[in-house]
Design a binder for this molecule. Structure first.
Ligand code: NDP
Length: 286
């Protein structure tokens, strides 16, 4: 079997077009959805991610600003900036690019964001709402995976979904979103015994590990849907996922590539969450 490759770029374009219509409808009523990204320090990867977010906003005609603060910014200064943007009526979506420099407490910083503007979905209020199945802002990467599955026509209900990784931003919210769609969900971690036994039992396998080419063909059930969330660099500087594309392609039914798979969906859902935040803050949706 050769897997069907899921084209994340094409699906992201389609989804962006749908959300652009919603953004345009808001603009017609005098509300331009706006996003602010705060970046502290000069981590090159973070700068690339922030530039991608700002570009995606521009593509949909959203207003966006990015605030660059120096590496040695104090907690008080960062919190004051967040407070200012919490109260800025032009800003509907507010996020702080992670990771933060070590002297800053990421939890405290995230909790300072107005939950109604927390388009990353990291605030405890929104994580709680994710557990009950009612969050307006699902975390963007798992949300993007769900939309990708839906647009590809892959049914989740009744399937055995195995998520490898349990981070707060990918693994855990991913498992919850799959559960809400009635999958039977297994979460695997670094402490899981006989990982391959679990992955081989997956109808839908999501890899969010952060290890290059970690999931190999022999760990995959023939015909399974394999979603590669990983973004890693090989020793020679090439971008690769957590899934060994060459061997898994021979076994899986569907497979996402890296790059061009989950990545474009993540940014798309961030913009979608910002439009939804603008709709909610202007009283046009719940
Ligand atoms: P974290 O490092 O926070 O989490 C990694 C998870 O993988 C942990 O839960 C860890 O388990 C688990 N893990 C590590 N080794 C093993 C192992 N041998 N067997 C099973 N599980 C293991 O990473 P993130 O969740 O933040 O990111 C995961 C990957 O996704 C990274 O490559 C990241 O770059 C990428 N990413 C991509 C995005 C996109 O838009 N495409 C967005 C966000 C992240 P334990 O908890 O026990 O330590």
């Amino acid at each position: 079997m050769t897997a069907q490759i899921i084209d994340g770029k094409a699906i992201a374009q389609q989804v962006r077009a749908e959300w652009k219509l919603r953004a345009d409808a808001l603009k017609a009523r005098g509300v331009t959805p706006g996003m602010a990204v705060i970046i502290v320090g000069s981590d090159p990867a973070s700068k690339v991610y922030v530039a991608g977010k700002v570009r995606a906003c521009a593509e949909l005609g959203l207003y966006s600003i990015h605030v660059e603060l120096p590496e040695d910014t104090s907690e008080a200064v960062l919190l004051a900036k967040i407070d200012e943007l919490n109260h800025d009526p032009k800003i509907h979506g507010l996020l702080v690019q992670l990771p933060l420099p070590k002297h800053l407490n990421a939890h405290k910083v995230i909790e300072a964001i107005n939950p109604d503007k927390d388009v990353d979905g990291f605030h405890e209020k929104n994580i709680g709402a994710l557990v009950t199945g009612e969050t307006p802002f699902p975390s963007c990467t798992p949300y993007g995976v769900m939309v990708m599955l839906e647009k590809t026509g892959i049914r989740v209900e009744g399937k055995h979904a195995v998520v490898v990784g349990r981070s707060n931003i990918v693994g855990k919210p991913m498992a919850l979103l799959l559960l809400h769609k009635n999958a039977t969900v297994t979460i695997c971690t670094s402490k899981t015994v006989d990982l391959a036994k679990h992955t081989r039992d997956a109808d839908i396998l999501v890899a969010a590990v952060g290890r290059p080419n970690f999931i190999t063909g022999d760990m995959v059930k023939p015909g399974a849907v394999v979603i590669d969330v990983g973004i890693n660099r090989t020793a020679d500087g090439k971008l690769c996922g957590d899934v060994d594309f060459a061997s898994v392609k021979q076994v899986a039914g569907y497979l996402t590539p890296v790059p061009g798979g989950v990545g474009p969906m993540t940014i798309t859902m961030l913009v979608a969450n910002t439009v939804r935040a603008a709709e909610r803050l202007s009283g046009l949706s719940k």
